[in-house]
Design a protein around this ligand. Structure first.
Ligand code: MIC
Ligand code: SF4
Length: 646
């Protein structure tokens, strides 16, 4: 039977389950990546599982999120990560080497392989033909130990590209068009495969930009073919031997086909506060812009940055705006230096920021109150920039650079600036000296793992209780993101200190949530979160499950869940319950007591879960579709207990 690319890779990695749409399958993971904000906990969990060494072909630990180092915490975590990598045979990418997804694409991504990363933008690797999936740190820890990664056998959509991009129209605009089509919700269990004649007109970094923001659609991953363009990129990275061809068989089947003519793509923007809130730049023209941030794992490649430099050349940043530029990797930054492009940026008045996540995660460079910020990153959730009432628009580097000059949103096609024709280089500058390779460590077993005072024990849940004695501690609406649940920015440094980090759960939504939860937990009660649609959008941060678990949350009752977050909830022993009848959502208030005498047995026997609302007397029927494996994890009180029991 003719196969599409996704099916080919998945079947080659299939180790458990049947290849039947919607059923759970277990796949072998070839490569893993972690970043420091999720990685510290992932390695603590890896250690807690008592595994001796990694079993993947390659595992890389990047430091790119917490690089501000205000206080000892970040530096302590970096040291822990470096020593734990040396101990277990993991490649360590030192701070300064760049953003994990950009660096991985440059130096390690390999067509036809599987990559699992503890970051939701891991699917960036789809640009080079990997099945690259974002997951919680626990799942990555398990994969490092040779365990399979379990996911739903996907529905595959073909995105058929025809034509070619017109000047000033970009890969970012293609993916924003896709977001307009697929929106940010309802795509759980879908993988996207790009195809059609238009693919060959896109470079690997452009493909990576598109695959990166598949995360915002909630699809599991996005995969491009591996063709001569891929081969050229790998050759330019000195890795031609990593190339293999990947293409769909003639007559391959798809669950849906979406057609995009690249000739019709226009400059676009995602407006506040959702990546799915897409408008044409022409509809936003003239809006004054307070700041412009160029970088992030979405748009920080060599070509993106050279394009920006060339737009800025001979111009000045508007006096009413501020421009920050963060090249995605040390390789990109080194090449920009060689080409004198950093000088063009500085001459224009740009502020050169570290090759790291920085502004994208709200670590610094927050806009002024109510400020309009144009960013080339992938998320514009409320408060993520660090300023609660800021208005963040997501745009291409081209639109961003032009706006930095004019001080307002400007259609770049009408700005009177010559269109920069930047080509992909034939040779990238290769200098791997900021990686510490496993071979550099002589006697791995004798490496002492450094643990500063910021490093706590990974918390464990208790076994699922027989009865649920729950109190609804909060009722939130639709599209609650993990940034709402577990803020990052200045709070990021507490990622390894769950006791402290837990006090910030729902900080920007209901600052007392943690106190009420802790009080009820300490009296032996159970806590419940009630939510609308698409609960847990965004990041893969397992802290959005781990910290509520620590606060005694036993169930989240929602209209629907995002994939990674639902998996994280199960991994920490919290039941993700879906309303059988969505109207029940309206009948629940914060403070309601929801009880269930047959809590444990309902899961064990795969029955619907019936909760009784003591205030109204109503019975609320919930479903929790679990595989046998998930059932065992949930009832054991999470993955750590499950793995240790095994
Ligand atoms: C993000 O973009 O939200 C992050 C920060 O990279 C997260 C990971 C994290 O919270 O550490 C992600 O995308 O998974
Ligand atoms: Fe870093 Fe931002 Fe990319 Fe997340 S989305 S990995 S914070 S650059």
């Amino acid at each position: 039977m003719a196969q599409n690319i996704i099916e080919k890779i998945l079947r080659a990695h299939l180790r458990a389950g049947e290849f039947v749409k919607g059923k759970e399958i277990g796949i072998r993971i070839d490569q893993t990546l972690t970043q420091d904000a999720t990685g510290t906990m992932a390695y603590l969990q890896f250690e807690a599982m008592g595994l001796k060494e990694i079993k993947t072909d390659l595992s890389v630990s990047y430091v790119d999120h917490n690089t501000v180092q205000a206080g000892f915490e970040n530096a302590d975590d970096h040291r822990y990560l470096q020593t734990v990598a040396a101990r277990y045979g993991i490649v360590f990418s030192r701070p300064g080497n760049g953003i994990c997804h950009q660096v991985h694409l440059e130096r390690f991504g390999k067509p036809g392989t599987t990559l699992l990363g503890s970051d939701s933008h891991t699917p960036t690797g789809g640009g080079i033909g990997q099945i690259a999936i974002g997951a919680g740190g626990l799942d990555v820890a398990v994969a490092m130990g040779g365990g399979y990664f379990y996911t739903a056998c996907p529905r595959v959509y073909l995105v058929k590209l025809t034509g070619s991009l017109q000047p000033w129209c970009t890969a970012k605009d293609i993916v924003l068009k896709m977001l307009e089509t697929l929106t940010t919700k309802g795509n759980v269990g879908v993988m996207l495969e790009y195809g059609g004649d238009g693919v060959k007109t896109l470079s690997v970094p452009q493909r990576a930009t598109i695959a990166n923001m598949g995360a915002e659609m909630g699809v599991t991953c996005s995969v491009f073919p591996s063709d001569t363009v891929t081969k050229r990129f790998l050759k330019a990275q000195g890795r031609e031997q990593d190339w293999t061809e990947l293409k769909a068989d003639r007559g391959a089947q798809y669950d849906r086909v979406i057609e995009i003519n690249l000739n019709d793509i226009e400059p676009m923007a995602a407006c506040p506060h959702s990546p799915g809130n897409v408008k044409k730049i022409s509809e936003l023209e003239g809006m004054p812009v307070d700041q412009v941030c160029i970088g992030s794992c979405t748009n920080s490649s060599y070509r993106d940055m050279m394009t920006v430099a060339s737009i800025l050349r001979g111009h000045k940043v508007a006096k009413t705006s501020s421009l920050g530029i963060a090249p995605g990797s040390r390789q990109v930054l080194q090449m920009l230096c060689d080409k004198n492009a950093v000088k063009d940026m500085i001459d224009a008045g740009a502020r050169i920021l570290e090759s790291a996540c920085g502004f994208c995660i709200g670590n610094h460079f927050s806009p002024k109150s109510k400020g309009v910020s144009l960013r080339t990153s992938n998320r514009n959730f409320e408060a993520r920039s660090g300023t609660k009432d800021a208005q963040v628009y997501l745009v291409s580097p081209e639109v961003a650079a032009v706006a930095a000059i004019t001080g307002k949103i400007t259609d770049p096609r009408k700005a009177g600036i010559a269109y920069p024709e930047i080509k992909e280089p034939l040779h990238f500058l290769i200098d791997d000296t900021m990686f510490i390779m496993p071979a550099e460590t002589e006697n791995r077993e004798s490496v002492e793992v450094f643990r500063g005072p910021n490093i706590g024990e990974p918390p464990r849940n208790t076994k699922m209780p027989e009865k649920l004695d729950g109190t609804v501690m909060i009722r939130v609406g639709d599209k609650i993101t993990t940034d709402h649940i577990m803020p990052a920015g200045p709070r990021l440094k507490f990622r390894s200190n769950v006791n402290k980090y837990s006090t910030f759960v729902f900080e920007n939504v209901d600052a007392d949530f943690h106190k009420r939860c802790a009080e009820n937990r300490d009296k032996g009660g159970h806590n419940i979160i009630v939510a609308g649609e698409s609960y847990g959008q965004g990041s893969s941060r397992e802290h959005a499950a781990m910290c509520p678990m620590y606060l005694g949350v036993k169930a989240v009752l929602a209209k629907s869940f995002e994939r990674i977050h639902a998996a994280n909830l199960i991994n920490f022993g919290i039941a993700p319950l879906v309303f059988k009848n969505q109207a029940d959502y309206d009948t629940i208030q914060a403070g309601d007591k929801l009880v269930c005498d047959e809590w444990l047995s309902s899961f064990e026997q795969g029955r619907p879960v019936m909760l009784k609302n003591e205030r109204t007397g109503a019975i609320i029927e919930c479903v929790c579709a679990l595989s046998a494996r998930q059932k065992a994890i949930l009832t054991a009180g999470g993955m750590l207990n499950y793995t240790t029991n095994k």
